[in-house]
Design a binder for this molecule. Structure first.
Ligand SMILES: Cc1cc2nc3c(=O)[nH]c(=O)nc-3n(C[C@H](O)[C@H](O)[C@H](O)COP(=O)(O)OP(=O)(O)OC[C@H]3O[C@@H](n4cnc5c(N)ncnc54)[C@H](O)[C@@H]3O)c2cc1C
Length: 400
């Protein structure tokens, strides 16, 4: 399907604004159901490999995310790096939380995916799909929602849809145009991300240490001696560490991580992202509008769950659409009410859980320390409870 730019007014059944990971996969899933769907995106994705040939941004995909990507038939085009275990500890404590896929009789807890190549692979599939209309290079400037349709204002052109899905990220234009309030939660953190070369192989293990000023993660990369770094910390600390000479930065990571992967030999470019949690007041602000992904909720990356939560939105959305006859109005009265309520309840819980974890690990003083150490030891020994929590975190649902 050709990418249309600046084309005349048109109408589609469903329009998705935002072709990031969440919006693009939603479009693919909707198209696979035999529905005609438009994706409106201001700029097509491109890969920007760093010095080591890999993206600086990654997501840790949970098993439920893998299943979704398999169902829309893009998983086989990706280059996932499995991680089979995770070690989490507190720089001031004694306990180390250990999660091992073997405890759940699985070969991996999840898979690292590079953002850029993953997005490009999803877009390749979109371009090849006959049900997808791509409107690229036309940022949404305004949205008019009426009883029978929603109209997107794209510069000089317009696009009408029976159902509009806003997947346009944390600073969503769709959310703002509909006047939806967004609760924001300051985390006091910015995330420094990069890729490093290590002297010891990661062997498929993800490491995260809660330092006094925030968590630092070393995640398995696509080569045995490459690891992705996500270091959440106060913005001033992130700026200082971004500006450090490379050898000093590498030495600081190795020291902070108790040399879990030996010495750090080299680092790629360091990029810093502001971190603010966000929860939209409504995920269904008009009978013909839904919000999903970061447009609806943004999480602190300390548990690597933000995109996974967005992919859960996509799965739930596809489940509703599957039950709807193809000829029916995709915004018929009441069909999205339960979806919106359940997704918002889940997202609110995750925002609270991330804030709680951040507080627990930031707490100074003997009580915080005691809780962290005894809590961690108890949790490691807790058998069924630990397995249940791991299963939930991996999106496997209840274990029976
Ligand atoms: C450092 C860091 C590490 C992370 N690690 C993980 C992890 O391990 N696991 C995990 O699950 N999540 C992780 N996340 C979170 C994850 O990256 C995000 O939740 C996810 O990428 C959000 O995807 P999205 O498609 O909803 O939004 P976005 O990626 O923001 O995409 C929005 C799209 O909308 C387009 N757009 C915006 N405005 C307009 C407009 N007006 N008109 C047209 N198009 C528009 C943009 O161009 C963009 O393509 C991490 C986040 C950070 C910051």
């Amino acid at each position: 399907m050709p990418e249309q730019a600046g084309s005349a007014d048109a109408a589609v059944e469903i329009a998705v604004v935002g072709g990031g990971l969440i919006g693009a996969v939603a479009v693919l899933g909707i198209a696979a159901q035999g529905r005609r769907v438009a994706l409106v995106e201001q700029a097509a994705p491109a890969t920007a490999p760093g010095r080591f040939g890999h993206d600086l941004r990654n997501i840790a995909a949970a098993p439920a995310t893998r299943r979704l990507l398999e169902d829309v038939d893009v998983w086989r085009a990706l280059a996932p790096v499995p991680y089979r275990a995770m070690r989490v500890w507190d720089a001031r404590g004694t306990g180390t939380l250990v999660f091992d896929a073997a405890e759940l009789d699985r070969e991996a807890l999840g898979w690292m995916l590079e953002n850029g190549p993953t997005q490009v692979a999803v877009w390749d599939a979109l371009r090849a799909h006959p049900n997808v209309v791509l409107r690229v290079g036309e940022p949404v400037a305004g949205v008019r929602a009426a009883a029978d349709r929603v109209t997107l204002e794209l510069g000089a052109a317009r696009l009408d849809a029976a159902l509009l899905i806003g997947a346009d990220g944390a600073r969503s234009r769709v959310r703002a145009a509909l006047g939806v309030a967004a609760e924001t939660h300051e985390t006091g953190h910015a995330a420094l991300a990069t890729v490093v070369r290590t002297s010891a192989p990661h062997a498929g293990v993800a490491y995260q240490c809660f330092l006094e000023d925030g968590p630092l993660a070393l995640l398995p990369g696509p080569e045995p001696d490459l690891a992705s770094v996500v270091w959440s910390q106060p913005p001033a600390a992130a700026a200082r560490r971004q500006a450090l000479p490379e050898p000093a930065f590498c030495a600081e990571i190795a020291r902070c991580m108790d040399a879990c992967l030996g010495t750090i030999r080299a680092s790629d470019e360091r990029v810093v992202f502001p971190l603010q949690q966000l929860l939209a007041a409504s995920f269904h602000p008009h009978p013909r509008v839904l919000l999903i992904g970061d447009a609806a909720h943004v999480l602190h990356p300390l548990a690597g769950l933000g995109a996974n939560l967005g992919f859960e939105d996509v799965r739930a959305l596809l489940d509703v659409l599957t039950r709807l006859p193809l000829a029916a109005d995709p915004a018929a009265p009441g069909i999205w009410r339960a979806f919106a309520r359940q997704r918002r309840t889940r997202a609110a819980l995750m925002v609270q859980a991330m804030a709680g974890l951040q507080r627990l690990y930031a707490a100074t003083g003997p009580l915080g320390q005691l809780l962290r150490n005894t809590g961690v030891d108890w949790f490691n020994r807790s058998g069924p409870l630990k397995r249940q929590i791991m299963a939930e975190a991996m999106g496997l649902g209840a274990l029976h």
